[in-house]
Design a protein around this ligand. Structure first.
Ligand SMILES: [Mn+2]
Length: 238
């Protein structure tokens, strides 16, 4: 049975690119895997997929009875709604440890770095698997996105070294220019409904049984609000 590799709800580039990169690695080491997603790719993610010739992973919301490898979080609120009926076989992440639990031992790759794709690169190195050019490209873009081209306080030297390695593999000379191109796509908000902008990069958290939604617009601004129900079920004016 193939496992599903899936990032968080309202997926960002790290979740989508990480699912593709990790599913490829898992298949290479003889563990059948299918990349999937819990929502529509953002314009930035679509730009990355188009740039390197990838289709978006399969949209799949229900995982009951499936094996699941979680990417880019370890939170119940960001996982599929029926995650309790699935078997979590692994987690790759770079956030604080969340509240997902398992009944069986699992593989856990969690490091305090700027992006899950930096950790996935460590997994490729650990297994001695060569990263294909196009996959190196999307991993590089995910790291540039999460670290805001190295300007985020979460960026580490491991992320920078990782991007330099991936740029060589992908044959990208000026990766910072690619990063700027990507952020221009992300910043083009003309014609986008307010609701879509608020919900872009939005995450639910369970904080002491308070449901808290946090939206981060990376270098632009950061806001949070306390919610009465999960953000996915909230009605906002369009
Ligand atoms: Mn991330």
């Amino acid at each position: 049975m193939a496992m599903y590799v899936v990032g968080h709800k309202i997926p960002d580039s790290d979740s989508i690119c990480g699912a593709i990169a990790l599913a490829y690695l898992k298949n290479k080491i003889g563990e059948p895997a299918i990349a999937s997603r819990l929502g529509e790719p953002s314009p930035e993610t679509q730009f990355i997929l188009d740039r390197f010739g990838f289709e978006a992973p399969e949209l799949k919301m229900s995982y009951a009875g499936e094996e699941v490898y979680i990417v880019d979080h370890s939170e119940v609120t960001q996982a599929p709604d029926d995650i309790a009926e699935a078997t979590i076989v692994g987690i790759v992440d770079h956030h604080k440890l969340g509240d997902l639990t398992t009944a069986a031992p699992l593989e856990c790759w969690i490091r305090p770095v700027g992006c899950s794709n930096t950790v996935i690169k460590m997994m490729y190195d650990f297994h001695g698997v060569e990263i294909p050019k196009d996959i190196a490209g999307i991993m590089l873009c995910a790291i540039l996105s999460d670290t805001v081209i190295f300007k985020s306080p979460t960026c580490t030297t491991a992320d920078i070294r990782c991007v330099e390695d991936l740029a060589k593999i992908a044959g990208i000379e000026d990766y910072k220019a690619l990063g700027m191109e990507m952020f221009k796509v992300k910043s083009a908000v003309d014609g986008t409904p307010a609701r879509d902008l608020v919900l872009r990069d939005f995450k639910d958290f369970n904080m002491n049984n308070n449901l808290v939604g946090i939206g981060s617009w990376k270098w632009l601004t950061c806001q949070s609000l306390t919610l009465s129900k999960p953000i996915s079920k909230l009605t906002l004016p369009s």
